[in-house]
Design a protein around this ligand. Structure first.
Ligand SMILES: Nc1ncnc2c1ncn2[C@@H]1O[C@H](COP(=O)(O)OP(=O)(O)OP(=O)(O)O)[C@@H](O)[C@H]1O
Length: 986
């Protein structure tokens, strides 16, 4: 028993016919509005042939809109022309049905959603009905009967029915009886009667008791679907069809095909339980409006009868809707059609109504009426549907017959059992094949979806990873900014260094904030990816929930598992992508950290050295000199504290023993360029451990090409063009081998080396220990020259890593402070240049003999880049801190070998800022410089920068005392550089 329910209503929209298609407008993308006074239409000629439009719009598989509103006003004007104000231009009405098929739906799609679900009920003994309703020419016959090549519901249902009967033949005896009739002009005609057979006057009559019967109807007993197909084709040829203006093969009658299925269990017993079900497939004639047709004579009479019966059907539907199925009178007797459909509509029957509509505006009213009818039909409440089961007690006289049947069955079963050992049961094999085909289809669907959406989903995962990285960085930056805010708010006088740090951090935060902006490229891609992900999940769900009679339990489980597998694979890909992004980010941060720590360490050492130098040379300068020394020393101490906190070491802990230190500063007098070494601040322990190793100098292999990136090209600007571009693996690989940021402290004797984690890579930074003996320096140079080719190459590559490290005579980063006893002047010089300059006066770098003296053109250095800043010894010596530009950090990927430049070839790299040499000069000008060597034997003094002497440091050569601006600090110097270059984390 099936609970009371409703009629299933499905709507099928047929494709436009050739005639209609020719009159439908071409898609028009020109949305310019011409107004009601315009005589032309936008971009499209108005012809008589384009006077139709589509009036049915499918919203989804259950909803359609009739006569949808045209949002494009220009287009709607073209379609409908002028309409008086207040007129409702469009009905724009939505209808909801159990199923809606668009014009691309196949016959099998329609069958599977309408008639197929009824089959099981039919075999269980329920009455079922499928009928097609609609205006003339809307595709009812096409849907029900179809064509030879594209069979409709009748054939598909029969094929399925006979297949199922075949499957249950072992247990059931099934009989199929077919009748086929038409109701033409309110007369019932037998379509299976042989031509010339007697036909009662007024057609066959209907007998109505508990069921409806047509008296004298021919019954055929087909054995296969093919036979049913032939029967239907035969009946259709006998059906009354006439060409009308709407349909060349218009059916002028209602056709009813009935299939009676009777089943009895095979195993004989003294009582039999028989089930009987009837499937009625009805192809109604199309309704037509007489006023709208040109039908005359017989066609008009036919049309009137068709309309009469359809009107009666409509009234029955109305009554059934209102009465809820039973209480109110339903006027079934008003037409033969409704009498025949009595039990299908309101009785013991499961019913499906297929409503056919045309898509174009020439069927506007028909389609509208049809849809309203169909909508009403959805509200019909059917009675409780019961099975047709009869229990028949066998008469004693038929016992022998039963015994014979049993014997036959036993024999068949024995034969089957024997056969099973050799070959698999045919049915089972077929079912398995069908099931595996269905599983394969499901797999293919999932695979295709994966291929379609994978790229987008994975890209989204990468973007999500980048967003997470940006969030983490931004959180760290904001934390620090908050700390600075707190400090500055609590102190009365603002600290320039903190202000500078805040500005630097804000500039660092900029790209991260941009990345996290709601409309950013990353977020857009994430959104796109989440859409793709939703589509992917929906497909997996739909496929794994797909139900088909062909799928057995195992196959369903297989499909589900496959779906889960696909999902897991996708999740894995996403996770891998995110992991890679995090890995890259960690690498980036590690590199930046190494570089920054190295840089800061060296700065700290130099600050300490400067402080010591000041203290040693500040006798006659009084309090200012000592206050500078105090400040510098304080700064160094603070830096060391930070170092201790961050990495567990400080530059102090690497300090070499005092005796050497003292001797080094003792020697730091005068301007003797013979000083080639200074006190090293490298890690003592490691220096000892590695002291026996050949000393690695930061001397660049002269033969190696210059690989410096100009310090002027800021990291920020170089990345701004591609803020989130990651270097390809290849690029990264190349870059890694080429640019390694290592920190190496050279030991005092110049032999030991300390590498960071990548000690196997060539060191790039060396703090050359002060050496009292030029000879040692020379030997050091000799050792450097004797470095293996591989070493040299690596060193040169590493040396080209950044401007602030390596190559002594380029960047002066390993400059030494020494006090020359002979001249009694303070000298700051690069380690390498000391070696050569210790023996003879250093030639100008512009002099070709200078390069010759260096054995090879080591032109990759900042010194050559900013030749003007090295014209004087003082200026060259003033370079180390200023040129440790943050700009070069982390930008190794984009670094390209520069070309050597001459002094007068100062090229402007950007439109902003001063020319190269000028900028370099400014940077160097921020560093205190030494006074020029004097012939009076007095020690050289530390001077303020040439450019900003008055602003930053007031150290006058003429004035005996130093004047220090209270807030002067090296941090300020560094920060100002950083601010100018806007370094970023990316
Ligand atoms: N879904 C469809 N796909 C392709 N052609 C279709 C479809 N539906 C209808 N047609 C075509 O439209 C024409 C009219 O169809 P059909 O004869 O089935 O209409 P009908 O509703 O049965 O009309 P009538 O009530 O007058 O008999 C036929 O040529 C048919 O081939």
């Amino acid at each position: 028993m099936v609970a009371a329910g409703s009629i299933t209503v499905a709507v099928r929209v047929r494709p436009p016919s050739a005639w209609e298609a020719a009159r439908l407008p071409e898609p028009c993308y020109n949305s310019s509005f011409r107004g009601e006074g315009a005589l032309s239409t936008p971009n499209r000629p108005v012809t008589n042939s384009t006077n139709l439009r589509e009036v049915v719009q499918i919203v989804d598989d259950r909803i359609l809109t009739f006569d949808p509103d045209e949002k494009d006003r220009a287009r709607s004007f073209v379609e409908r022309g002028f309409m008086p104000p207040g007129t409702k231009r469009y009905k724009d009405r939505r209808f909801m049905f159990d199923k809606v098929f668009n014009h691309e739906a196949h016959q099998r799609d329609v069958y599977e959603a309408t008639a197929q679900p009824l089959l099981q009920g039919l075999l269980d003994g329920y009455n079922t009905t499928v009928f097609a309703y609609g205006a003339t020419g809307c595709g009812k016959t096409h849907t029900i009967s179809g064509t030879e090549t594209d069979p409709g519901i009748i054939y598909l249902t029969m094929a399925d029915l006979f297949q199922r009967i075949e499957d249950r033949r072992d247990d059931w005896n099934v009989d199929v009886v077919v009748t086929f009739l038409e109701i033409y002009n309110e007369e019932i005609r037998d379509l299976l009667a042989e031509p010339g057979a007697h036909v009662p006057r007024g057609g066959l009559s209907i007998r109505e008791d508990k069921t409806v019967k047509v008296v004298g109807l021919t019954e055929l007993t087909p054995k296969s679907a093919e036979e049913v197909k032939e029967i239907v084709l035969l009946g259709n040829t006998r059906r009354t069809q006439s060409p009308t203006h709407a349909n060349e093969t218009s059916s002028r009658s209602h056709a009813v095909l009935q299939v009676h299925v009777t089943q009895a269990p095979r195993t004989a017993s003294i009582s039999e339980q028989k089930t009987m079900g009837t499937l009625s497939i009805i192809d109604l004639a199309g309704s037509e409006r007489a006023a709208a047709t040109t039908n005359m004579g017989q066609r008009m009479v036919e049309g009137a009868n068709i309309n009469k019966s359809l009107l009666a059907l409509g009234n029955c539907i109305n009554a059934l809707c209102e009465s809820g199925g039973a209480v109110r009178h339903v006027p079934y007797r008003n037409s033969k059609l409704t009498r025949l459909l009595k039990f299908s509509l309101g009785g013991n029957c499961k019913t499906v109504m297929i409503v056919c509509v045309a898509p174009t505006s020439n069927h506007f009213d028909d389609t509208h009426n049809t849809l309203i009818y169909a909508e009403r039909a959805t509200k019909i409440k059917t009675k409780v549907v019961t099975r047709n089961v009869v229990n028949v007690d066998r008469h004693v006289g038929r016992y022998v017959e039963a015994i014979n049947a049993l014997n036959i069955e036993i024999a068949e079963l024995k034969a089957k059992l024997a056969g099973r050992n050799n070959a698999e049961n045919e049915i089972v094999r077929r079912k398995k094949a069908e099931a595996s085909a269905e599983v394969e289809r499901a797999r293919n669907d999932m695979k295709q979806k994966v291929e379609k959406t994978k790229a987008s989903i994975v890209d989204g995962a990468a973007c999500a990873g980048k967003v997470s990285v940006a969030q983490i960085k931004l959180a760290a930056i904001r934390r620090r900014i908050a700390e600075i805010d707190e400090i500055t708010s609590s102190s009365s006088s603002p600290s320039p260094s903190l202000e500078a740090e805040r500005a630097l951090l804000k500039s660092l935060a900029g790209p991260e904030e941009e990345a996290l902006r709601s409309g950013s490229v990353l977020n857009t891609r994430i959104q796109r990816s989440s859409n793709a992900n939703a589509m992917f999940s929906a497909t997996l769900r739909a496929v794994s929930e797909r139900r088909s009679d062909r799928l057995d339990e195992v196959s369903i489980d297989n499909v589900k598992l496959d779906a889960q597998c696909r999902k897991a694979e996708m999740e894995m890909l996403k996770a891998e992508q995110e992991r890679d992004v995090f890995k890259e980010a960690t690498e980036d941060v590690a590199q930046v950290m190494v570089v920054l720590i190295g840089m800061l360490g060296r700065c700290t050492v130099m600050v300490g050295d400067a402080s010591s130098a000041l203290q040693n040379n500040g006798d006659d300068d009084g309090s200012v000199s000592s206050s500078i020394a105090g400040l510098l020393s304080n700064l160094k101490q603070k830096n060391d504290e930070i170092f201790n906190k961050l990495i567990g070491h400080s530059t102090e802990s690497y300090k070499v023993d005092d005796s050497l230190s003292n001797s080094s500063f003792d020697l730091f007098q005068g301007y003797e360029p013979s000083f080639t070494r200074r006190i090293s601040s490298g890690p003592a322990a490691l220096q000892t451990a590695q002291s026996s190793k050949p000393r690695r100098t930061s001397t660049v292999d002269p033969s190696s090409p210059r690989r410096h990136k100009s310090p002027r090209k800021s990291l920020h600007s170089s990345l701004a063009a591609q803020p989130y571009r990651r270097a390809s693996n290849q690029e990264r690989k190349t870059t890694r081998t080429r640019t390694v940021k290592n920190v190496q402290w050279k030991d005092e004797a110049g032999h030991g080396s300390l590498d960071d984690a990548r000690s196997q890579l060539k060191p790039t930074l060396a703090v050359i220990p002060a050496s009292p003996a030029p000879a040692e320096s020379a030997s050091t140079s000799g050792k450097a020259a004797a470095v293996s080719p591989l070493h040299s190459r690596s060193a040169s590559r590493a040396g080209s890593e950044s401007e602030w490290e390596d190559d002594n005579d380029k960047t002066d980063d390993s400059f030494s402070f020494s006090v020359s006893s002979s001249r009694d002047s303070l000298s700051v010089s690069s380690a390498r240049s000391y070696g050569s300059l210790g023996r003879r006066p250093r030639p100008s770098r512009l002099d070709p003999s200078f390069l010759k003296a260096k054995k090879a053109p080591t032109l990759g250095s900042l010194a050559e880049d900013d030749e003007s800043s090295y014209r004087t010894q003082d200026r060259r010596l003033s370079q180390p801190l200023a040129d440790r530009s943050l700009n070069s950090l982390g930008d190794s990927k984009n670094r390209v070998p520069s070309t050597p430049r001459t002094a007068n070839k100062t090229r402007r790299r950007s439109n902003i800022g001063p020319v190269r040499a000028e900028k370099a000069r400014r940077r160097s000008s921020q560093i205190p410089q030494l006074s020029p060597p004097g012939g009076d034997g007095k020690p050289r003094r530390l001077l303020g920068s040439p450019a900003k002497r008055s602003k930053r440091i007031s150290l006058s050569r003429a004035a005996p005392s130093y004047r220090l601006k209270p807030n002067l600090s090296l941090v300020d110097v560094d920060t100002s550089i950083s601010r100018a270059s806007k370094p970023t984390w990316r």
